[in-house]
Design a protein around this ligand. Sequence first.
Ligand code: 6CS
Ligand code: FE
Length: 313
Amino acid sequence: MQHLPSAQPADDSYPSRGQCRSALRPRIDPVVYAAPSANAPLDSDRVERYRREGYLVMDDLFSATEVESLQAELQRLRSDPHLHESPLSITEPGSGALRSLFQVHRCNPLLRRLAADPRLADIARYLLDDEVYIHQSRVNYKPGFRGREFYWHSDFETWHVEDGMPRMRALSVSLTLTENVEQNGPLLVIPGSHRHFVQCEGDTPAEHYKKSLQQQEYGVPSDACLEQLVAEGGIRSVTGKPGSLILFDCNLMHGSNGNITPYPRSNLFLVYNALCNRVVAPFGTQPARPEYLSSRAQIEPLAAAPRFSLESV
Ligand code: 6CS
Ligand code: FE
């Protein structure tokens, strides 16, 4: 019986950090949970591509008018002085520019409706084959000129160790709100990396999120693991015009470079978790992170809803 640190639950399917060594471990969970279906919200080619590569880009879901209303709403959020002072906002180290705003699906009626929009929620319900709830939402405003990088990481490794997400049965959707071009720090992904669990080293510091959301140093892959993932899958940058949707598995290895161009890169992220995969106690050694990073006290399955309308904003 492998000795686990006292705080690490014995039934941990994805041990990481603490006494673990850096290693690639097999993923024991499916990527696509649903059986093929004629009335699936994604065609079979897209489902297969998602299963194989761990992500999908769709630029045909939202109209220009819908994107414009979302852009206006997020600019309004960005200039709300109350939000700027709240713990929901994370600033760039150094410049102090707004980098991320969390829990936007709860504080904003339009984004609450977007999260329930069938164009997103039905795809999540299908791929995860369960009712879903929002585990986390955020707007990443990667400012121009001084937008910092996000180092390589698997979101699931953090959500498992620090939030207590049991299994890989969650996915993120990222809606591009500005042009995401090669030069302004677009999302970088390693196709196929989601099929390995990258075990990380190091002890999670207390209140790690106060640092990791600006610059993540724990829960990141070793150089050797990264080299092996890249050797197998390569690296792709995910660019797109405003309104493109990037759908990616919770365990896909991703990151982004800095942005020294004058063009900001803003994306809205919504994380859908299967209701049966709701967070439990963290699998790591630190207390659970706050509610605005990981829904816990308020886990409500998303009700079926109409497309989000622009009338009653
Ligand atoms: O710690 C988290 O939950 C966040 N960190 C990153 C870099 N991506 C996922 C998530 O928003
Ligand atoms: Fe991430």
